[in-house]
Design a protein around this ligand. Sequence first.
Ligand SMILES: Cc1cc2nc3c(=O)[nH]c(=O)nc-3n(C[C@H](O)[C@H](O)[C@H](O)COP(=O)(O)OP(=O)(O)OC[C@H]3O[C@@H](n4cnc5c(N)ncnc54)[C@H](O)[C@@H]3O)c2cc1C
Length: 438
Amino acid sequence: MKLTPYWWENAPLYQQLDKELDDNLLPSHCEVLIIGSGYTGLQAALQTARSGLDTVVVDAKDLGIGCSTRNGGQVSNNIKPDFDYLAKKHGEQKAYDLIQEGFRSQQYLNDFITSEQLDCDWYKSGRYIGAHNPAAYRAMEHEAAKPIDRRKAYPIELVTQAEQGQHIQTDFYHGGLFYPHVYSVNPAKYHSGLLQKVQLAGARLIAHCRVNQIGRTGVAGDLSSQKRFRVQTALGEITANKVIIATNGYTEGLSSWHQRRVISIGSYIIATEPMAAERLAELLPTQEMICDSRKLIFYYRKCPEGKRIIFGGRVSLTETDPEKCTPLLQKELGKIFPSMMTHPVTHSWEGFIAYSFDHMPHIGEDNGLHYAMGYCGSGVGLSSYFGMRVGQQAAGLAEGATALDNLAFPTRPLYYGNPWFLAPSLRFYQWRDRLPIA
Ligand SMILES: Cc1cc2nc3c(=O)[nH]c(=O)nc-3n(C[C@H](O)[C@H](O)[C@H](O)COP(=O)(O)OP(=O)(O)OC[C@H]3O[C@@H](n4cnc5c(N)ncnc54)[C@H](O)[C@@H]3O)c2cc1C
């Protein structure tokens, strides 16, 4: 079994890139320095480089080694909190504007992949959400009955347990909801195609260049002399007019302000050994994305070639290594499809997502540092879109404005980046998921 993402088999990190990538020459100055080479960082770089700004992207490790080449490839359009919650907090108009940004993120990614002709198995797959108990199904009935209006802007289809076989052959779920507007992507192929566009746009991409400290040029206390950033990296010092932080779930001590605002959580995922497409089609008759109504959800799908299942979720209370999670994920897969209980696994890996305390993504500027992060596990579309926007903001382009600008980015007292509350919270959710409540 390999402890690397299955996706890297078709799109290894560095694929089809020219030699310049490996040169790792850090210039002494650039106009825009971007920290992190996932979707956020690369989409930002595309904007700044195409605006004619001298752009450098650095990553602590291999380019794209974070979540952006490790995820499940399910692309929805949702900002996590619902309309009613957001309306209570921000008023109806603002709630509507915030939710629209989620819709724009999916539209943006669809337009981007299509117009840039990226080869990444992008298609509209739809997503089936299985009800894990009868109460969850009743809540779905209620959700499906809501009118299509500002609060619920897209159609969803209620699926009874008797009809469920069109989506998934299992007795595990009590019916579910089908979301036709969800897309699917091969995450590493998308990242690889995006990387090539960034390179073609003229940005410099530098791997194994961890940023250790961000300071200012000029004289301490004299703001007018401190216009530039002075950044210390593993490969030396660089000054930059603008800096964008695009580190999401891998945000560590680099900026304590950001570290205090995101909760890094591991998500674990396996790929099964290939099987005959006909046999897999008996379990999953379509190419739909699947997840369920549990608080600790499991998300899964067929691989684009239709011969394996990619199955992910959170099975341990504390962070652990993917090897230890493999039998636990296999057991969960076996509960849904008993015939898969002993089916071999070929790949097992993990990645770190970033949760925020208000379950919202965040984009903005703090102390002159631009950032976009906190996608709460649904970041393929959101990081692409907000990465693009934060790049426009750093380039001073008016179209970079979003409804999320200046939204307070909350932290909690006594939280400094170590999520000590995670294990008890996960234990509570595990217990709750076993109760007969929605
Ligand atoms: C297992 C898994 C499954 C997921 N499934 C889905 C899904 O199906 N659908 C969905 O929408 N989302 C999913 N996500 C979430 C999604 O992948 C992320 O939200 C998205 O990729 C975030 O992109 P990013 O560019 O912001 O961060 P990342 O791609 O994580 O990139 C951050 C980069 O910052 C670098 N970095 C950190 N610190 C430094 C430093 N000091 N100096 C230099 N570089 C640094 C890291 O090395 C890393 O490469 C999943 C995530 C995981 C882990």
